[in-house]
Ligand binder design. Structure first.
Ligand SMILES: [Zn+2]
Length: 92
């Protein structure tokens, strides 16, 4: 991780950032991708997650290459239809 062009405190709340790994979710081509153990900086105060540009690019590459994943997991996705919950906010 290149620390030079990276903040040492949270840009949102100025809290301390902790180097850790996260689970990253990304939607692409009507699929939800989960990438585990992604190196990231996480704010110890507000929980803001920061990824370096490099990690961001690697994630993008991993997902757009669409290669065979390490494993598949079946996940139930909660689905809401906006107009069912807020009919008054939906224009016909
Ligand atoms: Zn913060």
């Amino acid at each position: 991780m290149n620390k030079h062009d990276f903040p040492t405190t949270c840009p949102t709340c100025s809290g301390a950032l902790e180097e850790t790994t996260i689970t990253h979710y990304e939607a692409c081509r009507n699929k939800i991708y989960r990438v585990e153990q992604v190196p990231a900086l996480v704010c110890t105060k507000c929980g803001e997650i920061l990824l370096t540009a490099e990690v961001d690019e690697l994630l993008e590459a991993l997902i757009t290459r669409d290669e065979e994943p390490d494993r598949y997991e079946e996940v139930k996705i909660p689905v809401f239809t906006f107009s069912q919950h807020f009919p008054e906010k939906t224009t016909a």
